[in-house]
Design a protein around this ligand. Structure first.
Ligand SMILES: Nc1ncnc2c1ncn2[C@@H]1O[C@H](COP(=O)(O)OP(=O)(O)OP(=O)(O)O)[C@@H](O)[C@H]1O
Length: 322
């Protein structure tokens, strides 16, 4: 593929785990964290990389960033080997690990950015332009002089994302960038990432447990399980494969018998609140209209399916598509 930026062919990664078993004995187990990965990401794509805990997502990102050496297979980013060409590739990629920060804990944000400027040898004009843009869009103005340890999780995350983008990388790896963030911070982060991708054509590989991240950002999603890609396609296809369901949470003015509404399935009924599941691919509008016509409602909301549920259903139905 001509415009391929990330190429992964038959990649495996095994870890040897030694454990003490009794006084003199030690057991040796091999964990296949990645067990034969094949995929390609084109320039400018924004791809969701999802899967259950322990599926191999972080291991993949560590190999793509050159932190870990694959046990076998071929891995290329912009035509280069991430481990051998690590220094050169560092200039072309940005990484954000949601659970860890790359910022200097005791220093103000501004100082971490200064360090990035020197490490990446970012030209003055580029640095000034990119910093101004990140500060504006991620609303960092009032935070620049605050030591990182005093920032909230959402502020710190925005700070981390800016740090990963100052040197204008071609590819951005995001490992759970919205984990633990409140709704407002999540929205800000998503809007920013969508913009970076649209304006600069930055290629993005995003791991997340939040389906809304994928829904709002990625036209393509890869599902990994037990170290292999088990689905690669659009989010719609994933919902179909997983026969996933959204849920209408209905708050009634008064307690009512269980609601029977064609196209929905009652999953819970507690006092004045009832939960109705319906296929994720169906529109909520006619259901909402029907409910509003029949009942006095206090509130109504639509809950998106959890990634874990979608994936679990996918396996439950024994449907595997690549
Ligand atoms: N350094 C290591 N030593 C031994 N086993 C490891 C190591 N790193 C990862 N593993 C194992 O490899 C498997 C894949 O781990 P990985 O962290 O890549 O999964 P993940 O999909 O990122 O999971 P999560 O969503 O929980 O972060 C897991 O079984 C994990 O325990």
């Amino acid at each position: 593929m001509d415009d391929a930026l990330i190429e992964v062919e038959g990649v495996t990664k095994s870890f040897v785990v030694r454990r003490r078993a009794g006084r003199f004995r030690r057991t040796r187990t091999v964990v296949d964290a990645v067990a034969g990965l094949d995929f390609t990401v084109r320039r400018g794509e924004m791809v969701g990389y999802i899967g259950p805990n322990g599926a191999g997502k972080s291991t993949t990102i560590k190999m793509l960033t050159g932190i870990l050496l694959p046990s076998s297979g071929r891995l290329r980013v912009a035509g280069a080997d991430p481990v051998r060409d690590r220094v050169r590739l560092a200039q072309r990629m940005g990484v954000v690990f949601g659970q860890r920060t790359t910022l200097w804990w005791d220093l103000p944000l501004r100082d971490s950015y200064e360090l990035a400027r020197r490490i990446y040898r970012i030209p003055d004009a580029t640095y000034t332009r990119n910093l101004a843009r990140c500060v504006e869009l991620l609303e960092l103005e009032d935070l620049l002089d605050v030591p990182v340890r005093q920032l909230s999780l959402g502020q710190r995350m925005r700070g981390d994302i800016a740090a990963a983008l100052l040197h204008e990388p071609e590819v951005l790896y995001l490992d759970e960038p919205t984990i633990g963030l409140d709704v407002v911070s999540k929205r800000r982060v998503r809007e920013f990432l969508a913009r970076v991708n649209a304006e600069r054509g930055t290629t993005v590989l995003l791991t997340t447990h939040d389906l809304t991240d994928i829904e709002q950002l990625c036209s393509r999603v890869m599902v990994i399980d037990h170290g292999r890609v088990v689905y690669d396609g659009g989010l719609d296809g994933l919902h179909e494969q997983g026969r996933s369901e959204r849920t209408l949470v209905v708050d009634l003015e008064r307690e009512q018998p269980p609601i029977e509404l064609p196209g929905t399935r009652l999953v819970r009924c507690e006092g004045t609140r009832q939960w109705l599941a319906f296929p994720a691919s169906a529109s909520a509008a006619p259901l909402v209209a029907a409910l509003a016509g029949r009942y006095a409602l206090r509130d109504l909301s639509v809950r998106e399916p959890e990634i874990e549920d979608v994936i679990a259903r996918m396996y439950g139905e024994a449907v595997v598509a690549v």
